[in-house]
Ligand binder design. Structure first.
Ligand code: NI
Length: 169
């Protein structure tokens, strides 16, 4: 596995609509493994293929729901060709950062509850229900596949003080 370089704005690859994944062969498996390693190394809770300069519809997400006083094992999601369906009209504001937009965080409105449909690393259908912070991460990552970065969705962006840094992807 290799840690790949994470590109940052204004790299035009981050602004392209990524193409559908149709081949789940060896090259794709290497990309998946490299993205997981790159996300963990960053560290981040998610990464989209365009962030490593590959304009394909693939995201990886690794996140542990916080349960007070308990250690929760992070869950890894690998989704090709992900599509979101909100399961409620409810939205909430939350603070996001992005590995491709260094030294900034911002407040973004997102759906609180949704279903992600797509394919796993072998091309088999997957369906994931997500709420709260996990739902936010999926919305942030899938935006990257459409050339959208979170700063497009808010006017409230600022430089974090070191103690309120929020790594996202
Ligand atoms: Ni991002």
């Amino acid at each position: 596995m290799t840690i790949r370089e994470i590109i940052t704005v204004p790299n035009p690859i981050l602004r392209k609509k990524a193409r559908k994944v149709t081949e789940f062969g060896k090259e794709f498996q290497t990309l998946v493994d490299d993205m997981v390693e790159t996300m963990r190394n960053a560290p981040g809770v998610g990464l989209a293929a365009p962030q490593v300069a590959i304009s394909e519809r693939l995201i990886v997400v690794e996140y542990a729901d916080e349960v007070e006083g308990e250690e929760v094992k992070p869950k890894l999601f690998i989704v090709a060709n992900p599509e979101i369906t909100p399961t409620s009209d409810e939205t909430e504001l939350g603070i996001e950062g992005c590995l491709s937009v260094p030294d900034l965080i911002g407040e973004v409105e997102r759906f609180t509850s949704l279903t992600v449909k797509g394919q796993n690393r072998h091309g088999k259908p997957v369906r994931i229900k997500a709420e709260g912070w996990l739902a936010r991460i999926f919305q942030h990552e899938i935006d990257h596949l459409d050339g959208i970065v979170y700063t497009d969705r808010t006017d409230k962006v600022w430089k974090p003080r070191s103690e309120d840094e929020i790594p996202l992807d």
